[in-house]
Design a protein around this ligand. Structure first.
Ligand SMILES: [Zn+2]
Length: 194
């Protein structure tokens, strides 16, 4: 490599780096904020309800509840039910439950709790609804060892939806020891002798 060629490579590398910095600044809408002990206790309380939903389908332990942040009420809930409909992931079931009970409105005040990180379909559904707060237990990087899925992280779907969607909360790992264990137990049950 001669001298002028290596300089050109360096310059184009800097241009790429500058472009990456600009892109990340423009799309940095998903944040995992610092959460106080009180807030975390609240998130854990609702995550237990999502876990209870997930336990209705131990073979695919994805459960969700939707909470109205103003009242603290659970306004939608559900467990994955792909036997009925391939789109019936727990988040979609919970959103359909919410619409049936409260109408297709007022999404901005809601938080979605799920035992697993939202897949691209479910994260997209929340984006189209404008549901800005998303809390989950098990990370996709863990769940994919046990369940086939489309490996696109929720934060990346959120970033790709800029400026359509403004995320206010994306918080993972809530009660993840318990949610992770459900996926481990599922794998054990499937490999156990009949
Ligand atoms: Zn999903």
């Amino acid at each position: 490599m001669n001298h002028s060629h290596s300089r050109r490579v360096l310059v184009s590398g800097l241009v790429v780096a500058a472009a990456l910095i600009t892109t990340s600044a423009r799309t940095a809408v998903a944040v995992t904020p610092k959460v106080s002990a009180d807030e975390m206790a609240r998130h854990e309380r609702y995550m237990r309800l999502a876990i209870a939903q997930a336990k209705r389908n131990p073979g695919r332990p994805f459960g969700s509840v939707i909470v109205d942040n103003r009242s603290g009420d659970v306004v939608g809930e559900g467990v994955v039910n792909m036997g009925a409909n391939p789109m019936y992931h727990s988040e979609v079931v919970a959103m359909n439950d919410y619409i049936a009970r409260h109408g297709n409105q007022d999404w901005a005040n809601l938080t979605m709790y799920g035992t697993g990180e939202a897949c691209p379909m479910c994260m997209s559904a929340m984006i189209w609804a404008g549901l800005p707060n998303v809390v989950y237990g098990s990370e996709m990087s863990f769940v994919h060892k046990y369940v086939n899925l489309i490996y696109v992280r929720a934060k990346d779907v959120i970033a790709a939806a800029h400026p359509l969607y403004k995320n206010k909360l994306l918080l993972g790992g809530v009660l993840s020891r318990e949610t992770d264990q459900m996926f481990i137990d599922r794998a054990k049950a499937q490999t156990a002798p009949k």
